[in-house]
Design a protein around this ligand. Structure first.
Ligand SMILES: *Cc1c(COP(=O)(O)O)cnc(C)c1O
Length: 396
């Protein structure tokens, strides 16, 4: 691992947790290090991934999109076809299994758009565990569909009413709840964020995306792709796709952040284009903050990318120049979603549409033997209301 200290990726990451969480985080790390090499654990995980999640997910050659753009050949790694419709289930199923092996009986989680909450509620049912999901009151209003899904699955959804009543506060509340219920409770963190060991655990459970994609692209075209592209919220689907390719120096990698409505602070979530080094919720990384170090509110049309901090491993990959990070705005993401729907019959999640928007800009400038492999992190069912409003406003 490219750590100089435990839990660090270069100078980023670490474990900035309150005293009361140091022991449970250590217990988690110990359990994980033991189980990650345990044959029974791995066989059980593999079996769930195959028969329940639906892995391996297909690698699809988007020939109509490639022809339309008239440049690079575009392949889509279809995480949208997993059970519950996004890559999040890869992580929740791994962590739930870890919780079970640690003897825990209850899962708690934070959620923004509700995708991670749904994925956690799903695996709680599957593994016969209790489940409570913390969600900002504002997000609960915006994401009724996922609130209902979690409740149907038997989870308790607890409204968080502090601050901006969105994901950042929901995360703090989940951590507070964990501190007082450590004995029977496991905290399922939803992205490659938080204090050590979470960024490593989440990346390890998501790296299956890249392992499969590498095998599939070599089988299909007999070579590695020229470029990987993925959207970056906390960074779990992107690090999941990139990780197995990091040592393949000829493969370019691009992470696409949310440019929102423009690059003024407060209007976007492009941490690498306006962020500074800081600590938030247990990890040292790039953060959107004002001149006084106060963490800023963010904006994105896609709730899953709408977070002020980026995963610490991405901060490291940015600092060493291994991955290129860029951003597209709300409008470009929306247009990309419609184009993919029209040409390929695939309605992407608006998060994933950010990666497609980058491809729309760059594929036409590339030669026809240039291969772009794009992480399609999720499906767009949850976004139909936003798409509908966009159609009304633009007379589509
Ligand atoms: C949550 C989510 C994201 C953003 O999270 P990452 O940890 O950055 O992957 C992206 N796409 C979809 C479909 C999501 O649900």
């Amino acid at each position: 691992m490219n750590h100089n200290k435990k839990g660090y990726f270069g100078e980023y990451g670490g474990c900035f947790a309150p005293e009361t969480l140091i022991a449970p985080l250590y217990e988690l790390e110990e359990a994980y290090l033991k189980l990650k090499n345990d044959a029974v654990f791995n066989n059980t995980l593999q079996s769930y991934l195959k028969t329940y999640v639906g892995r391996p997910t297909p690698l699809y050659f988007a020939s109509r999109l490639s022809d339309y753009l008239g440049g690079a050949k575009i392949y889509l790694k279809r995480e949208d076809l997993t059970h519950t419709g996004a890559h999040k289930i890869n992580n929740t199923i791994g962590q739930a299994l870890l919780a079970k092996y640690m003897g825990k009986t209850k899962l708690i989680a934070e959620t923004g758009a509700g995708q991670h909450g749904v994925a956690t509620a799903t695996v709680a049912s599957l593994m016969d565990m209790e489940c409570e999901v913390f969600m900002g009151e504002v997000d609960m209003g915006r994401q009724q569909l996922n609130v209902t899904r979690m409740r149907v699955l038997g989870a308790k959804v607890t409204a968080v009413k502090s601050g901006t009543r969105t994901l950042k506060e929901a995360t703090s509340e989940a951590m507070r709840n964990w501190v007082v219920n450590l004995k029977n409770t496991y905290y399922v963190l939803g992205s490659a964020l938080g204090p050590h060991p979470y960024p490593t655990i989440v990346r390890d459970f998501q790296k299956i995306i890249g392992i499969e994609a590498k095998h599939q692209i070599q089988e299909t075209i007999g070579q590695l792709p020229n470029e990987l592209v993925a959207c970056v919220g906390g960074g779990s689907n992107a690090i999941g796709l990139f990780y197995d390719f990091l040592n393949e120096t000829e493969v370019n990698m691009t992470g696409v952040e949310a440019g929102g409505q423009g690059l003024n602070l407060g209007q976007h979530a492009a941490r690498f284009s306006g962020g500074k080094l800081g600590v938030l919720q247990g990890t040292k990384t790039f953060l959107l903050q004002n001149a006084f170090g106060q963490v800023m509110n963010t904006h994105s049309i896609s709730a899953g990318l709408d977070y002020p901090a980026v995963g610490p491993e991405h901060a490291h990959l940015h600092s060493i120049g291994r991955v290129n990070y860029t951003h597209v705005n709300d409008k470009q993401a929306l247009e990309a979603a419609f184009l993919l729907a029209k040409l390929e019959g695939i309605i992407p999640a608006l998060e994933s549409a950010h990666a497609i928007a980058y491809v729309i800009q760059h594929a036409p400038k590339s030669p026809s033997d240039y291969v772009m492999l794009v992480g399609l992190s999720g499906r767009g069912d949850k976004d139909v209301e936003t798409l509908s409003k966009y159609m009304e406003a633009n007379a589509i």
